[in-house]
Design a protein around this ligand. Structure first.
Ligand SMILES: Nc1nc2c(ncn2[C@@H]2O[C@H](COP(=O)(O)OP(=O)(O)O)[C@@H](O)[C@H]2O)c(=O)[nH]1
Ligand SMILES: [Mg+2]
Length: 200
């Protein structure tokens, strides 16, 4: 069971290929960025996307089938707009060899773990290393501890997440796709950290 961010009503565009090129578009005021989510299956990646794009949380929805692609635009205080083209996996996270196809050209990678699973935190560190080795050199990396609503089952401390992120030059935040806690903040903070193209 999991969130499906690939909904059949047309707002989620499905693409058959996974190799679309898109870094930051060359317009200083209207940025367009490819954002990928990485992390263990079940940590809540699809739910985070669905919460951000639709404002919904549906714990009973079906598992995503096929790579899905959703977009959401936000406006920053300096009147810049950022259009996130969000790539959600359909479980390709299980196949490490396929991952480079998925994160190629990504301007942003959001590495997600579940605060109730130390194994998922270990897996997140694997993805960070992978992205440092093979991702775009100026990629913006965010580390997200999701399911922050499940405090009583916590296995990964805030401190551990924060320290790891700081050591690796990442932005860190804990979220809950269920309660919507920090979901918009996650994307706003990423938007602020994007490299801006030079204006001519
Ligand atoms: N309590 C809680 N459950 C969550 C949260 N986010 C996702 N889940 C649940 O975790 C499971 C996996 O979520 P999903 O988004 O499919 O994970 P993915 O495999 O990483 O895409 C589902 O049963 C969700 O209902 C959250 O923030 N809090
Ligand atoms: Mg998913």
């Amino acid at each position: 069971m999991g969130c499906s961010s690939s909904l059949p009503d047309g707002s989620a565009r499905r693409l058959s290929g996974m190799d679309q090129d898109s870094a930051v578009a060359p317009d200083a005021k209207n940025l367009r960025v490819k954002l990928v989510l990485l992390g263990d299956s079940g940590v809540g990646k699809s739910c985070i996307v669905l919460r951000f794009v639709r404002g919904q949380f549906d714990p009973t929805s079906k598992v995503t089938v096929g790579a899905s692609f959703l977009s959401q635009t936000i406006a920053l205080q300096d009147s810049t707009t950022v259009k996130f083209e969000i790539w959600d996996t359909a479980g390709q996270e299980r196949y490490a060899a396929l991952a480079p196809l998925y994160y190629r050209g990504a301007a942003v990678a959001v590495v997600v773990y579940d605060i109730t699973s130390v194994d998922s935190f270990t897996k997140a560190q694997y993805w960070v290393k992978e992205l440092q080795k093979h991702g775009s050199p100026d990629i913006v990396l965010a580390l997200v501890g999701n399911k922050a609503d499940l405090q009583e089952n916590r296995e990964v401390s805030v401190q551990d997440g924060l320290e790891y992120a700081e050591k690796n030059g990442m932005f860190f935040i804990e979220t809950s796709a269920k309660t919507a806690d920090n979901i918009n903040q996650l994307f706003e903070e990423i938007a602020k950290r994007l490299p801006r193209p030079l204006t001519s």
